[in-house]
Design a protein around this ligand. Structure first.
Ligand SMILES: Cc1cc2nc3c(=O)[nH]c(=O)nc-3n(C[C@H](O)[C@H](O)[C@H](O)COP(=O)(O)OP(=O)(O)OC[C@H]3O[C@@H](n4cnc5c(N)ncnc54)[C@H](O)[C@@H]3O)c2cc1C
Ligand SMILES: NC(=O)c1ccc[n+]([C@@H]2O[C@H](COP(=O)([O-])OP(=O)(O)OC[C@H]3O[C@@H](n4cnc5c(N)ncnc54)[C@H](O)[C@@H]3O)[C@@H](O)[C@H]2O)c1
Length: 453
């Protein structure tokens, strides 16, 4: 029997998430022969197991809490959250998206290969054992939840499971207090579950402005979330209908669901990177300033990279767009990352961009100005009375960073992003006429604080 010749492509992407399709699409539109390999759902984590399902589940919960803040002030609200209906609503919106993204890609001429990709050599990728060759290969394989090495670990669930729960369990224990654990704790507790958090250190949301993380912990404790700090999960067992999580300090926490949220690891282990000569560390694939790996025809983008930038969807999109331009020959310059806004979608939210107040204090090169947003009439009107903003100004008095604690922290950080990224001065901001009333309309006034001695 004659073997069919190996199909070849100009560029083959491993993974179909934001870090891949935002490059694959423009390159295909330019006439390049593109393949995208995906072993699971098309469009990756953000679409089905990350940002999108999380925010659909969070949104009505925020509406409930926002409305409750008007209690006694003209809006008497009483809501009932039906988790199963909310989950069905979320699924009805998001379940069709992978097919829609696949149609969009194939419509542009991209070949989708469903299966597990593994390098045979630096120009050949096997998909479920079938070889395909490509001149250029982009690794955009993302991350997955880290495993926890404790007895009974096979009983642990992850955020992937939480985001598809048909019913909300009565008692949930979350291991970890990073983005994933804090966001899920916020949703689950407000939706009616009893939530406990076991965390190794004495802090939550590492990397965020810690006074705000402490405020958030207090607020969540007030909502009934129980935090067990400076402790570690040591074992999980099933006892009849329930689970019991034991900890190193001797706690035995009964629960209906135990979620491991102790971090995410890069999907580098099954790729056969040695066969391709691609260097990587435990944190991900090593690239140069052109997102090129140790093998010159192989690039990488998104969460799978070993990088200092936050592993977020906007970072993956930025890298994919950069690669799209680089591989089409439109640009030849190294990647220059702008300041990247980040937010924990808790209630209230915590957001941050640019130089953090902690970095500013350490370097001594900046001025840090606190702003009591919660004392302003508009925040008081909405009941967002704990809202707070910390601004970081550089030596020229320009805004270099900001951290916000507020129900509106998303809008606040997005409003400040162009000011920081474009390094606008107070005088330039004076030329921006925003709609009023709004946080944006206060920005010129806030920027003048950078000039005050
Ligand atoms: C619970 C949760 C909430 C989040 N919320 C937010 C948020 O609110 N905002 C935000 O900005 N970010 C959020 N993130 C992070 C965001 O989802 C990621 O940064 C983003 O999805 C990264 O995109 P990517 O394309 O690099 O990787 P991914 O989306 O992980 O895509 C990689 C793809 O590669 C595939 N793959 C891996 N190995 C192979 C292989 N060998 N063969 C074939 N296919 C393979 C995977 O199946 C996957 O589909 C969240 C993450 C989680 C887990
Ligand atoms: N809003 C967003 O943008 C968003 C939301 C969710 C996830 N994400 C992305 O996903 C990534 C992963 O988030 P994550 O929360 O899984 O990881 P993380 O690294 O942010 O947090 C993990 C937490 O687990 C704790 N921990 C580690 N081992 C432990 C143990 N044995 N017992 C108890 N606690 C332990 C750590 O101290 C840390 O607090 C984030 O870095 C981010 O890039 C982003």
């Amino acid at each position: 029997m004659t073997q069919s010749p190996t199909q070849s492509f100009d560029i083959l992407f491993i993974g179909s998430g934001q870090a891949a399709w935002n490059a694959a699409l423009p390159l295909a539109a330019m006439g390049r022969k593109i393949a995208v390999v995906e072993r699971h759902k098309i469009a990756g984590v953000c679409t089905s197991y990350g940002c999108n399902p999380k925010i659909i589940l969070d949104s009505p919960i925020k509406v409930m809490e926002d409305a409750q803040l008007y209690g006694g002030n003209g809006l008497e609200s009483s809501f009932t959250l039906d988790w199963s209906k909310l989950m069905a609503h979320k699924n009805s919106i998001l379940d069709p998206l992978p097919d829609k993204v696949e149609e969009m890609l194939t419509g542009a001429g991209v070949t989708i290969l469903h299966g597990e990709a593994k390098f045979a050599d630096s120009r050949t990728v096997e998909v479920d054992g079938v070889p395909y060759s490509a001149e250029t290969i982009v690794i955009a394989a993302g991350q997955r939840p880290a495993a926890l090495d404790i007895p009974g670990s096979e009983l642990l669930k992850t955020s992937d499971d939480f985001l598809y729960l048909p019913e909300l369990p009565k008692r949930i224990v979350l291991i970890g207090a990073g983005y994933v654990a804090m966001e899920l704790a916020s949703i689950a507790s407000k939706a009616g579950a009893h939530v406990e958090v076991v965390q190794t250190s004495n802090r939550a949301l590492d990397g965020f402005h810690q006074p705000y993380a402490s405020r958030l912990i207090e607020k969540m404790q007030g909502d009934g979330v129980v935090f067990h700090f400076e402790d570690r999960a040591s074992g999980l067992a099933r006892q009849g209908e329930e689970y019991v999580l034991t900890t190193e300090k001797g706690l035995a926490l009964p629960a209906d669901l135990v979620i491991n949220a102790t971090g995410r690891i890069p999907n580098t282990d099954l790729l056969g990177l040695e066969a391709a000569g691609v260097n990587y560390t435990q944190k991900g694939i090593v690239v140069d300033r052109y997102l090129r790996t140790s093998q010159p025809n192989i690039y990488a983008s998104g969460d799978v990279l070993d990088k200092k930038q936050p592993r977020l969807t906007p970072t993956s999109v930025f890298e994919a767009k950069y690669l799209g331009a680089l591989l089409s020959g439109t640009i030849d310059a190294p990647i220059e990352y702008p300041p990247i806004a980040t937010i924990a979608f808790t209630l209230p939210r915590i957001s941050q961009i640019g130089v953090s107040p902690e970095e500013a204090e350490q370097s001594g090169q900046y001025t840090v100005k606190p702003v009591e947003l919660g004392k302003q009439w508009d925040f008081q009107g909405r009941g967002d009375t704990d809202a707070h903003l910390t601004l970081v100004f550089d030596r020229d008095g320009k805004l270099a960073g900001a951290a916000a604690y507020s129900r509106e922290a998303l809008d606040i950080v997005n409003a400040l992003t162009p000011i920081i990224a474009l390094k606008l001065s107070a005088e330039q901001a004076d030329q921006l006429v925003y709609a009023f009333p709004s946080f944006e309309s206060t920005i010129p006034g806030l920027l003048r604080q950078g000039q005050a001695k």
